[in-house]
Design a protein around this ligand. Structure first.
Ligand SMILES: Cc1ncc(COP(=O)(O)O)c(C=O)c1O
Length: 385
């Protein structure tokens, strides 16, 4: 018997009210004049940028994305706020400048690419410096800048951007590598060293009359754990979606509200005798008679295969456990001997009555960012609030 007329697809149900509440909670942690840029890269961390960005636009000052395509998508959605591409771009630069998207310059090659692009006007540039992440930009501060020449290189690049025919120096930024560590708040932590190195860059730019209006360093962990990492703008991502960047930071920001719930429909139910094997390889064998529910969710939808015989879910009032290997499109749940489960019931795998996204990610040997951004295209995004 089917109890529900809901769709056959797995659903990621996104609570837009929670997103707004999380932005308000983050704003309460930053100084009144500090601007807030929400990171909405990777399809708004899997939440669906087409609905999330417009919903957030009343509450944030700017958006951060990883690629040219993501920036242009925001403009196509009618987003009028500032948009910054975090990664250097080589293609579509003229389009980005025409769309008034700010670009990252991490080295001279990035600036040359902007100069060659024949863009219609000057590109707004945010200069990326490496204070310890080691990913992009000129290394500054010990120990990465062994020769001590980093600061001079940054000043030369800043001057080149500032004087560039095709560019305008609007920002300088860096990225925290470990602000989510439990020791991030203690003296001599790597976050400490990064903040000090960033301050040195700002002082040097200031002394050369090159300090741009927007200096920024803090991600979610920085906003929550390091108030001294807030400069003119902060760039939270995961916290906007109500998830903590690490278990340590979770304890510091209990007010965050997870915005996403993942559920999927039961497509087959049977009574299973003790001893029956389930799934590929027959790796799970019923230890007692039980009710088994097959659900339309698999690893191709982003539900990790590493949760085979380990993942937890809730179905109505029942606690269920994944039985056997997670398949590409389906997963089997042991719902318990007395469970009352019917076709069309929805099993909750993440959030809501199910386990938290952080718990699911941890059980899968992953972390919450990967779980959320891995949710597949077959998972229908639904919005409430
Ligand atoms: C440059 C940059 N800024 C900000 C963020 C947001 O980080 P988080 O989601 O940890 O807040 C990211 C995400 O990785 C990023 O790459």
């Amino acid at each position: 018997m089917s109890r529900s007329a809901s769709s056959d697809a797995p659903h990621a149900i996104v609570d837009l009210t929670a997103l707004a509440a999380n932005v308000a909670a983050l704003r309460a942690r930053i100084a009144p004049g500090t601007r807030l840029m929400a990171a909405v890269k990777a399809d708004a961390y899997g939440h669906g940028v087409a609905r999330v960005a417009p919903a957030l636009s009343a509450f944030v000052d700017a958006f951060g994305v990883a690629t040219a395509e993501e920036a242009l998508e925001l403009r196509a959605l009618g987003i009028a706020q500032d948009v910054l591409v975090f990664g250097p771009v080589r293609a579509r630069i003229a389009e980005l400048v025409a769309a008034d998207v700010a670009l990252t310059v991490a080295g001279p090659d990035d600036l040359d690419a902007i100069a060659r692009a024949a863009a219609p006007g000057r590109a707004r540039v945010h200069l990326k410096v490496d204070t310890g992440m080691g990913r992009l930009g000129t290394p500054v501060g010990a120990p990465s800048d062994a020769s001590g020449s980093g600061l001079r290189t940054v000043l030369e690049l800043a001057a080149a951007v500032d004087r560039g025919r095709a560019s305008l120096l609007e920002g300088v930024w860096s990225h925290l590598a470990s602000a989510d560590d439990p020791d991030a708040a203690v003296a001599d932590s790597s976050a400490d060293a990064q903040i000090a190195a960033f301050r040195e860059v700002l002082q040097a730019l200031d002394a050369s009359s090159l300090r741009p209006p927007m200096a920024h360093l803090a991600n979610s962990a920085g906003v929550i754990a390091r108030p001294d990492a807030q400069f003119d703008l902060v760039r939270p991502g995961i916290a906007v979606y109500g998830q903590p960047p690490s278990p340590h930071v979770a304890g510091l920001a209990p007010e965050l509200r997870p915005a996403l719930t993942l559920d999927a429909p039961v497509t087959f139910v049977k009574r299973l005798p003790a001893g029956a094997p389930i799934g590929y390889g027959g790796t799970w064998i019923a230890q007692r008679a039980t009710v088994l529910a097959t659900v339309r969710l698999g690893y191709a939808d982003g539900y990790p295969r590493s949760l085979s015989s380990r993942g937890l879910a809730s179905v109505g009032d029942h606690h269920a456990r994944v039985a056997g290997r997670v398949c590409m499109d389906q997963v089997m749940l042991d719902v318990g001997p007395d469970a009352d489960v019917a076709l069309g019931d929805r099993a909750v795998f993440v959030g809501g009555a199910g386990p938290s996204a952080v718990a699911v990610a941890e059980a899968a040997g992953s972390f919450v960012y990967e779980l959320l951004t891995g949710l597949g295209a077959r998972v229908a995004r639904r919005y409430v609030g």
